[in-house]
Design a protein around this ligand. Sequence first.
Ligand SMILES: N=c1c2ncn([C@@H]3O[C@H](COP(=O)(O)OP(=O)(O)OP(=O)(O)O)[C@@H](O)[C@H]3O)c2ncn1[C@@H]1O[C@H](COP(=O)(O)O)[C@@H](O)[C@H]1O
Length: 111
Amino acid sequence: MNHKSRPLDSLEQTILSRKQSPSEKSYTTQLLTGGIEKIGGKIIEEAAEVVEAAGESGEEGRQHTICEAGDVLYHLLVLMAYRGVSLAEVEAELARRFGVSGLEEKASRER
Ligand SMILES: N=c1c2ncn([C@@H]3O[C@H](COP(=O)(O)OP(=O)(O)OP(=O)(O)O)[C@@H](O)[C@H]3O)c2ncn1[C@@H]1O[C@H](COP(=O)(O)O)[C@@H](O)[C@H]1O
């Protein structure tokens, strides 16, 4: 697959290959070895960093937000791979929500 057209798919494949064939020199392998505690800790840390970056002003803050959002997405994909959840399954869940207002969905849960 062309990594330029679907980078998230390529990244998912790379992470899955690390899961199948762990490598000593791989950060992904380190995360997977650390399990939910290690991966989850990084997601929480990166989530705080992207929120902080989004509050920074100007183009520099915007670029910083792009970098931190990339970190969040990468670590989330590692957590998903750890739990055996595919990107396609999450995309299907998002597709299922198309056309359903977030507020309506919340209200239906509270009924
Ligand atoms: N996209 C990423 C990616 N984004 C972020 N990171 C790493 O995520 C970490 C971000 O955390 P921090 O900024 O807190 O850095 P840190 O202080 O070094 O991290 P800690 O010591 O706190 O764990 C850094 O080490 C980044 O290198 C990533 N590491 C890997 N990838 C992709 O995964 C592929 C495989 O990587 P390896 O598994 O390492 O071979 C790479 O080729 C990339 O495509």
